[in-house]
Structure formats: structure tokens, C-alpha cells
Design a protein around this ligand. Sequence first.
Ligand code: IPE
Ligand code: MG
Length: 231
Amino acid sequence: MDGNGRWAKQRNLPRHAGHIAGVETVREVVRISAELGIGVLTLFAFSSENWRRPREEVGLLMNLFLTALQREITRLHKNQVQLRIIGDRTALPKPLQDKIDSAETLTQHNTGLKLVIAANYGGHWDLTQAARQLYEQIRAGQITPEDVTQERLGAHTCLANLPDPDLFIRTGGEQRISNFLLWQLAYTELYFTETLWPDFNTTAFQQALRFYATRQRRFGRTGDQIQQDTP
Ligand code: IPE
Ligand code: MG
């Protein structure tokens, strides 16, 4: 979700106004995703590198996250949304950690959209913590180094029991992954748009989904093989 700051700047507003507008986009995108029956929606809200921003902006973002959770959780729960936060939450402010814990517990058995929010998340961090878990298991004698397979490493990443993403959307004109789901994006369709996140409305979302619908997903196979398999 990129482009909040530039959206605000275009309007001669403080960056924070862009982040507030961005929260409204999140609400809309979540609503549409649930409506369309999308299984999982993962939003990159705050990266492990975003701490490098001015202290004031970081503080405002944390507050915004907390107030948005407080304000939205009842509605999300009512709409059967299952909420999960990925990332190193130990560095987040304590009130936010508590709210995250209670929101996850409240919605854990919901059967609708799985909404994953990446907060203090980084793909490098994710793979490192997965590797560390396996190392601990080896040290405890539970597994041997030969047991460290692709499947086992993947099973210790944050999105372990969820399917890999089908579509990646980056708003705001940059064409990079910026340390998002590095492991899980291996075969994901990548979609980049100039649209700034606060402007990413229903039409823009539908355009991204239409792009996805035109892609042929081969997963290493040939186009002919895929055509033979599709009735
Ligand atoms: C939002 O957009 C991303 C967050 C980290 C919350 P930006 O704040 O990166 O907006 P730009 O790139 O300055 O426009
Ligand atoms: Mg940015």
C-alpha cells in the first residue's frame, strides 16, 4: 500500500492525512474482497524498514493502526473476517500488541475472508526466523540437517498454512517488492499501478483483478501442457 504521502502532498496536506485516507481504502478493499469471495487478503502495512521514518510519523502510524483496529474489529467479526497479523510484533507498542492479540482471538474461528496484516514485517526477517526455528529443532535433536527441506522451511514462515498469493498489487508507481513476502511470491502474478493507495478504489481494484484473469499460470510447465489440461 504505497503512495499515502504523495497523495497528501498533492493536496498540500500533512503526510498523516494521506495515511488516514489510506485507512479508508483498506476498508473498501477489505469489503470488496469479502464480497467477491477472495480467500486471503494480505496487506503490507508497516515494514521492518519503516522504523527509519521520522519518529513522529512512526508514532502516528502506530496510533492509526490501534484506532483503526478498535474501530473496525466489531464489524470485521460480524462479517466473519478472520484477522491475523504477521511480523515481529514484540517491537510494537504494548497497547497495540494487546489489541492485536484480542482481535486475533476474537476472530480465530471465523470462516470468511482471511485478512492478514503485515506489521513490522520483512521477507528477510520471515525467512530468518523460520531458519532459526529449524536450527533450534536440530539442536534439540528433534530433526537432523537432512530434514531441512523446502517444505519444512516453508512450513515455518508466517503464512505457512495459507496458499501462496495468486496476485501481488503494488500501488504508487514503484516497481519493486520491497522485502514483502519473498518466499511466497515465487509464482505470484505481479501487478504495478501508478495509482496512489488512497485513490485505489473499486474500479482500480477491478482493473487489477482483470489483469490477473488474463494471465496464464504455468508454474514451470509449457503453455501447451496447460492447454491440454484445461477442458
Ligand atoms: C504508505 O505510503 C506506506 C506506509 C508505510 C504506511 P507512503 O507513506 O510510503 O507514501 P509515499 O510513498 O511517501 O507517497
Ligand atoms: Mg512509499
